[in-house]
Design a binder for this molecule. Structure first.
Ligand SMILES: Cc1ncc(COP(=O)(O)O)c(C=O)c1O
Length: 393
């Protein structure tokens, strides 16, 4: 990762940085100065990799989806993050950050969650490591991702429903930051995506980079080469996408295609298509593209998918999209839902609605018969069953 690596001040080109209240300065500074040392330490790496193998079930399979491949006229491999313990890629990051928090002497863990997958992953690791866990979640998401709320509570976490704004991920993040400001000494904030102040975007990308590390090895075994023609992923804040592309960014032969949530359509005023619609601003400690009004007020995002319903975007993705290194497609609710039903019918896999946005992008592309495509299936659809059952196009 040379060209799009974060710089010493936490910037990816003009995006990123650490815009934080004074009270959090010491916390963020300590984290910034220690995260690379800790995560590169051989004893940390051993503990982290042992848990990824024995607790999460990694490596996740790289599955050649034959019937899906036939439909789109190329060779499509699915990176099965849906098969991880707790059902998505979020556990890779939660384990890494909570191991780090423990080494920093923190005893209280807080997190924000949208779809509930990051909340469940965090609550799971807190149970495993006997740490107190508080998860902030917008009330809208508490209702549409009920199963995950029940799981977090069973795991011993306190779930705090947030009633400000449109009661989704942005609002949950605001509350988590507020909590952190009130409890800076004993509390570690586990951010669930490549967002927030530096060093979070880089740290989360590194903790998710196991995804592309495995893809390289698995492709070598299956195709005789380590690099595909395309890598594809959905992008909310950008963590599964960052992990999927991490070890391919400096390979010009690998095309990067990301799918963001167009909601009811990017021109309808009801979407979360931040890269298409966003303008430069600061949100949750980071300078990035944000959906905002003419006078700089954040516009409430909308997506059927709780995990993509965010008005900002990780600074790394803003930078890569602006530079033309990634191509970002906007996929509507309906397109994602159709793609989810299609995968279920063709391959017997019910995806998370977030991941279904990446699948929905397939229809907007044209492939050659010998193209090798790796698409990150970031999560499973259990949490979304009610939405699938009640869906009427
Ligand atoms: C299954 C799944 N995929 C994707 C996302 C989006 O997050 P990110 O862009 O950080 O991968 C979420 C968020 O909750 C999720 O649960």
């Amino acid at each position: 990762m040379e060209k799009f690596a974060v710089d010493i001040n936490g910037f990816y080109g003009e995006f990123g940085g650490a815009y934080i209240p004074e009270i959090l300065y010491d916390n963020v500074e300590t984290l910034k100065n220690s995260y690379l040392k800790v995560i590169n330490d051989p004893s940390f790496q051993k503990e982290y990799n042992d848990l990824l193998r024995d607790y999460v079930g990694r490596p996740s399979p790289l599955y050649l989806a034959n019937r899906l491949s036939e439909k789109y006229g190329c060779k499509i491999y699915l990176k099965r993050e849906d098969l991880n313990h707790t059902g998505s890629h979020k556990i890779n990051n939660a384990i890494g950050q909570i191991l780090l928090a423990r080494r920093m002497g923190k005893t209280r863990i807080i997190a924000e969650t949208g779809a509930g997958q990051h909340g469940v992953a965090t609550a799971t690791v807190c149970a495993l490591m006997n740490m107190q866990c508080i998860v902030y979640m917008g009330k809208t998401d508490v209702e549409r991702q009920k199963l995950n709320v029940q799981k977090m509570e069973m795991l011993g976490a306190t779930v705090v429903p947030v009633t400000s704004g449109n009661m989704t991920l942005k609002d949950a993040t605001n509350e988590a930051i507020r909590d952190w400001c009130c409890n800076p000494s004993d509390t570690y904030y586990v951010i669930g995506s490549t967002v927030g102040p530096h060093p979070y975007p880089d740290m989360v990308a590194r903790l998710q980079s196991v995804i592309s590390d495995e893809i390289r090895r698995q492709l070598k075994e299956k195709e005789g080469r380590e690099t595909p023609d395309y890598v594809m992923a959905c992008v909310g804040g950008g963590s599964n996408a960052a992990g999927t592309i991490f070890h391919f960014i400096d390979e010009p032969g690998v095309k990067i295609v990301l799918a963001e949530a167009a909601g009811k359509g990017i021109d309808t005023g009801e979407s979360a298509a931040t890269i298409h619609l966003g303008k430069l601003g600061i949100i949750h400690g980071s300078k990035t593209l944000i959906m905002q009004s003419e006078d700089g007020q954040i516009e409430e995002p909308y997506s059927i998918s709780a995990g993509l319903d965010y008005p900002g975007i990780g600074p790394m993705h803003a930078c890569m999209a602006k530079a033309g290194r990634s191509r970002v497609l906007a996929v509507t609710d309906d397109e994602a839902m159709q793609a989810a039903f299609e995968l279920t019918k063709l391959e017997g896999i019910i995806p998370a609605i977030e991941s279904a946005h990446a699948l929905g992008a397939l229809d907007k592309m044209s492939f050659k018969a010998d193209d090798v495509v790796v698409l990150c299936l970031s999560g499973r659809g259990d949490k979304d069953m009610e939405t699938y059952i009640n869906y009427a196009p």
